[in-house]
Design a protein around this ligand. Sequence first.
Ligand code: SAM
Length: 246
Amino acid sequence: MPYIGGKSQAGVYQRIINLLPPHRVYLEPFLGGGAILRLKRPAEVSIGVDRAAPDPALLQLCTFHQGCGIAFLEKYKWTGDELVYCDPPYLLGTRGGRRYYEFEMPDADHRWLLKVILRIPAPVMISGYPSAMYDQALAGWNRDEFTNYTRARTARQEVLWFNYQRPLKLHDDRYTGMDYRERWRIEKRRRRWRARLQRLEPLERVTLYQALVDVMDQPSPSLRMTGNPAGGIATKGAAISAVRRS
Ligand SMILES: C[S@@+](CC[C@H](N)C(=O)[O-])C[C@H]1O[C@@H](n2cnc3c(N)ncnc32)[C@H](O)[C@@H]1O
């Protein structure tokens, strides 16, 4: 049974994972059914928090803390190699007041959460329905909007706000592509190119690698970043230089 508001629907989890830069520590302070934690490549350390008791299967995948995710983030000792993905119960005002969870979140807690994430010295992403409160608080963050379908097949706009540049290097690149067709095309091409490169003489392979590095040094307009990363965070792996190192 899918978790209400969970992110395991096809097209949704890929979209989120395609925006996650490399990280050593993964933190999900509103874990619920933990779709992203389950579906992305594991981090060295994964930490989940929820006020509700977890699905026992999630305990195999992360260290779990039962309690308030906002208080947890407030006290956490940051080292900078974390990535935080927040999927709180959406603002009641953006879903006609419908209550889904044993633990819902009052607007005051959303304001508290926004204040706390603005101070986090590491990459942070947060999901929600379009909201003026979020847009105002997170002005200057990057913003991605997409259509999602509720269980009743009603189309809803969802927003991802993130405080780092759109990554060119991903923590998990298995889902690259905007939709199923594109993912399939890219995966086919990746396999073909890998097979071809494996057949090449090492020197020719290195020459082609250098050509790739050169191209990455001169991003085309379509690769330029949109929005401003908040707080000047230098996200590991988000910049082109990370591609050069790899
Ligand atoms: C939208 S759901 C998360 C769904 C999850 N992303 C998934 O894919 O299954 C929100 C979760 O936040 C939890 N929650 C509500 N208030 C909380 C708080 N203050 N701290 C931590 N968790 C909270 C709820 O119990 C619920 O499991």
